[in-house]
Each structure stands twice: as structure tokens, then as C-alpha cells.
Design a protein around this ligand. Structure first.
Ligand code: PEP
Ligand code: MG
Length: 569
């Protein structure tokens, strides 16, 4: 069995047989030199391919209007516009003439450079690179008549788990809804046009997985999109576990669709708070139309992570403002840059190894990267004029950490006042409780802030001295270690005493099996990955609040605290 981890673009569970789908790929594009007298012929070949592509796009436009309505129409009209770009065509022609290369080679090179240009631009345009690739593929396939297809007969015979390098609008259009159980791809984007079309099918979608390397036609595959996981040729135990889950999920589906509008509550109507964690701007789209209670954790580290250039105040601001506006009046808790082993944006230029999880973290990074923190803080404050933004301080261990963040906030406020820019004067402040120090000192720390988030990922790492990212010690990073539960109990007790809000926002909050335990220690507010929110809400709607003996049972079971045993997985 192989277990692969990716990014979920549509939630859900699926089990089925894999069928690999291939589109035109770079290795198959013919590259050869032509003689000068063949230039004209080559340009005619190009024109002919353009003509065929135009027809194909027109046909797809009609078909997509029928299946996907206005969304489909917009997407394929945009493809038509890309194809009709005269400058693009002229550039291909001039490359054929200048370098004496065949038309397909020139098409590929010119589209590549266009794609690069779009990648560098802002978020909306960078997402369009997938459409450029789709038009390029369509154009290339017009030369030899071969377009995307399944590599194996499985794909034609039954509904399958579609595996491919990337998802393109044409590909989604080529595969009927009734033929697909899930999409698993290497490349993708949360709001790429292909994803938007595929979401219409209502099936799980996972990208960011080395899919074609690890999955072959005919493999048995289980997709758990709410966990971002794909199991290839699963073992008996995993299969049994998921068979039950899929059956239960089917039963719940009907009920949950009806209840989409209702706020999150248990079966007996106990109101719970369910918020979303967001790491990428596009994720806010996943929340459209859902009844959720806010953004409990907006991670800042992944927003411009791959860039070498430090993001400007304006860039931070645009992202924060978009999210704050999209969340309407709901609270959006923006976390200050929290650098660590697993979250190290390239623009900080820290050599790997230079920053360990025990080194430059949390408030300790402020002195080193003061200007970055200042511009990020100004951006958060400015965004607070457009929505219910709250400030979230990471990796707090003592009061001086809070003071370090607050000093930057005060400085940012005074600069903004001088600059005449708007911001919310009484903006709320919260702390991440993710060190044992913070948990045991919660009573003291809470006096200084308005709310707290329990970051169980780090809290567990620092409590057990076991890295959250090492596969070797995965078993020691025991997600439900009783020490974590004890620490959470302390925090809950203190927040109650101080009448402060507390929310659990680590990965542990996504495990539906643990909810009875969370409720029994008094947690009633959770923040989970945006893509998992509807599934978790659906599960909570079926949950009975456990009686007191539940927690006793948990502690009594300490000796066999293996999750599987406790929850009889
Ligand atoms: C956590 O530590 O639990 C948390 C939510 O923060 P992150 O995973 O971003 O470190
Ligand atoms: Mg953390």
C-alpha cells in the first residue's frame, strides 16, 4: 500500500480503479530543424493547426455551455481569446523564421514564455497559466490529431479515479461526470478553471501528488479528500475502514445537504463554533455559500512562499483585504509570520538548517526581520478597515513575546496614523498556545489578550520533543497523547476563568473520531482546513454530546492509547 499526501480542491471520499489520462506532453513534441525554403510550408502547417484548434474550441464552448452553463462559457471564451492573440501568433511565426525550427517546437517555446510571464504576475493571472497550457496542448494536438485520452481501457468502461499530470478544462469536458469518481493530479490550483469545472462534478479532487509516478492504470485507489490523502492498493484494514466510512458518508449526504444553511451544532442542538484555516488566498473560495463562523487561522507563511523578493506592504494588504471582505462580518484571525522548519518562505533567505524549530521562531524573529514584520502588520491593520480582522501572535511562551508583537503593532499604528490610512483602532489580539510553557501559563497570558488558539501541531511537538515532520519518528508524534489532552484541559479551564474565547486549530481538530473527547473536555470552538469544513460540519450534526464517563474512559485507557485501539478503527 502507498499513502500519498496532497492538496484537496474538493472534499469527499471515493474508492475505485485508477485510469491514467494523458494529454500532449513536452517529451512527445517533435523538435527538428527545417530548411529555409520550407519556412512557408511550416507557417502553413501552423495556420492549419490554428484553424482546427479554433473549431475545436468553438465546439467545446457549445458543449460546455450545456454542461457547465455560464462558467463553462466564460472559460472556453477565454481560451478562444488566448488563441486569437495576434502577438502570440506572430511570435511563433518569427521564431520559425529566425531559428528555422518546426512549428510545434516554436509553439511550445512561445507558449512556455507566455506561461512564465503569467506565473510572475498576481494571483489571478498566475492561475491562468493552466489555461495557456490547455490551449497550447489543444494547438499541438491539432498537428497530429492526437488529443488527451485514457492510457488504458479501464477509463472507457467504468467510473474511475482519474489520474493525470494536470487537470485542464478540455480534459474535464472530455470526461463525462458519470465516468469519474475522483480526480488525482500532480499539478493544479484551487481556483484554476479546470478545478472550477471539476468541482461541478461534486467528486473529490486532490492535486500536488506525484500521481503518475505512483499510480498505474488498474490500481485500486481510495481517495480521502478531506484528509488530502490517496491510498494506492490499500491494505485490508484501511479498505475496511474506508468501506464503512464511505457507506456512512453516503447515508449522511442527503441530511447534510438539507442542513447546509444551519449553523454548526450537535445532533441535540448544542451550538458549536466551526471556523476555517486558510493558507492560500484561493481557499477562501471554498467557503463560499457555506455557513461557517470565521477564519480561525490565516497562515501568512505560504502566501508568497516561493518568491525571492520580500512581499511589499501593498501585496500583503491586497490578500488580507480580499479575505476579510469575502468573510463579510465574520472574524478573520491573521497570524503574524511564523517561521519554522516547515514554514520558511524563500524571501527570508535563511539557509536550511539555520532556523530550527528551536531557533528563530515566533517573536524571536522580529528583531531579525523587523521591516518585514512592520509592513506585514501595517497591511493587517489596513485590512481591518474592510472586515473583522483580528491579530494572532504565534509561538507565545511568555509575556515578553506578547510585548514584542505589540511593540510592532503600536509602531505600525503610529506610522499609519501619520500616513492618514484607515485601520480599526481597537483591533482584537489573540495568542497561539503551542508551547507547553504557554499552556501551563495560560492563566497569566490570557489577561493580556482577547482570545487564544490552541495550536496542537506544535504543542504536541514541543511536549513530546518529537518532530511533526519526521516519518521516522511518526509513531512518537502521537496525535492523541494524553499529555496533550491534559494541557488542553488546563487551557480550557483558564479561558473559562478569564471568560476568554478559545479555539482548537491544529490538525487534530480535523479528526471526527476525537470530537466526543474534545467536547468532554469543554472545547466547543474549532478551526479546520477550509476543504474539510463541510465534511466536519456534517459529522458534528450527527454527534451526540458524550456523558462525563467518556473522559474517564479515555484516561483509563492510557496504556493502550494507540488511536486505533481506543477508537476501534
Ligand atoms: C499548530 O501549531 O497547531 C498550528 C495551527 O500552527 P502551524 O501548523 O501553522 O504551525
Ligand atoms: Mg504552530
Amino acid at each position: 500500500m502507498k499513502e500519498l499526501k496532497g492538496i484537496s480542491a474538493n472534499t469527499g471520499l471515493a474508492k475505485g480503479i485508477a485510469a491514467v489520462y494523458t494529454e500532449e506532453v513536452e517529451e512527445n513534441i517533435p523538435h527538428y530543424m527545417i530548411e529555409e525554403e520550407k519556412i512557408e510550408k511550416e507557417i502553413n502547417r501552423l495556420k492549419e493547426a490554428y484553424g482546427k484548434t479554433k473549431e475545436a474550441i468553438e465546439q467545446m464552448l457549445k458543449a460546455s455551455e450545456k454542461i457547465f452553463g455560464k462558467t463553462g462559457e466564460d472559460i472556453f471564451s477565454a481560451h478562444g481569446t488566448i488563441l486569437e492573440d495576434e502577438a502570440l501568433f506572430e511570435e511563433i511565426v518569427s521564431l520559425i523564421k529566425k531559428r528555422l525550427i518546426n512549428a510545434e517546437h516554436a509553439v511550445n517555446d512561445v507558449f512556455d514564455s507566455y506561461q512564465e510571464k503569467f506565473k510572475q504576475r498576481d494571483f489571478h493571472f498566475s492561475e491562468m497559466t493552466h489555461d495557456i497550457v490547455d490551449v497550447r496542448n489543444r494547438l499541438l494536438s491539432s498537428f497530429d490529431g492526437i488529443s488527451g485520452q485514457f492510457e488504458c481501457p479501464e477509463g472507457e468502461r467504468q467510473p474511475v479515479i482519474v489520474v493525470s499530470r494536470a487537470l485542464s478544462p478540455s480534459m474535464v469536458l472530455n470526461i463525462a461526470k458519470s465516468e469519474v469518481l475522483a480526480f488525482v493530479t500532480e499539478e493544479g490550483g484551487l481556483t484554476s478553471h479546470a478545478t472550477i469545472l471539476a468541482q461541478n462534478y461534486g467528486v473529490p479532487i486532490i492535486f500536488g501528488i506525484e500521481a503518475t509516478e505512483n499510480i498505474e492504470c488498474g490500481d485500486k485507489v481510495i481517495v480521502d479528500a478531506s484528509m488530502g490523502k490517496v491510498f494506492v492498493n490499500p491494505g485490508k484494514k484501511t479498505e475496511k475502514y474506508y468501506d464503512k466510512k464511505i457507506e456512512e458518508a453516503e447515508k449522511r449526504k442527503q441530511f447534510c445537504m438539507v442542513k447546509e444553511e444551519t449553523p454548526t451544532q450537535t445532533k441535540k442542538g448544542v451550538r458549536l463554533t466551526l471556523k476555517a484555516n486558510i493558507s492560500l488566498q484561493a481557499e477562501i473560495k471554498l467557503l463560499e455559500g457555506l455557513n461557517y463562523d470565521g477564519v480561525g487561522l490565516l497562515r501568512s507563511e505560504f502566501l508568497f512562499a516561493n518568491r525571492n523578493k520580500v512581499p511589499s506592504e501593498e501585496e500583503w494588504f491586497k490578500v488580507y483585504k480580499n479575505i476579510a471582505e469575502a468573510a463579510k462580518e465574520k472574524s478573520v484571525d491573521i497570524r503574524f509570520l511564523d517561521i519554522s522548519g516547515d514554514k520558511m518562505p524563500a524571501y527570508l533567505n535563511l539557509l536550511s538548517g539555520e532556523n530550527s524549530d528551536l531557533g528563530i521562531r515566533g517573536a524571536r524573529a522580529i528583531d531579525i526581520f523587523y521591516d518585514i514584520y512592520l509592513s506585514q502588520t501595517k497591511a493587517m491593520l489596513r485590512a481591518s478597515a474592510y472586515g473583522n480582522v483580528r491579530l494572532l501572535y504565534p509561538m507565545i511562551s511568555d509575556i515578553s513575546d506578547i510585548e514584542s508583537f505589540r511593540a510592532v503593532v503600536n509602531k505600525a499604528k503610529s506610522v499609519l496614523t501619520e500616513e492618514g490610512k484607515k485601520y480599526k483602532k481597537d483591533i482584537k489580539e489573540g495568542i497561539m498556545i503551542e508551547t507547553p510553557a504557554a499552556a501551563v501559563m495560560a492563566g497569566t497570558l490570557l489577561k493580556y489578550v482577547d482570545f487564544a488558539n490552541i495550536g496542537s501541531n506544535d504543542l504536541l511537538e514541543y511536549t513530546l520533543a518529537a518532530s511533526r515532520n519526521s516519518q521516522i519518528i511518526e509513531k512518537r508524534y502521537h496525535i492523541l497523547h494524553p499529555s496533550l489532552i491534559r494541557l488542553m484541559e488546563i487551557v480550557i479551564e483558564e479561558t473559562r476563568k478569564h471568560k476568554k474565547e478559545v479555539c482548537l486549530c491544529g490538525e487534530i481538530a480535523s479528526f471526527e473520531e476525537f470530537y466526543p473527547l474534545f467536547l468532554s473536555i469543554g472545547i466547543s470552538s474549532f478551526s479546520v482546513e477550509a476543504s474539510k469544513l463541510s465534511d466536519i460540519k456534517c459529522n458534528l450534526m450527527h454527534l451526540e454530546k458524550p456523558d462525563k464517563s467518556y473522559l474517564d474512559k479515555f484516561y483509563k485507557n492510557l496504556k493502550k492509547v494507540e488511536i486505533e485501539e481506543f477508537f476501534k478503527r
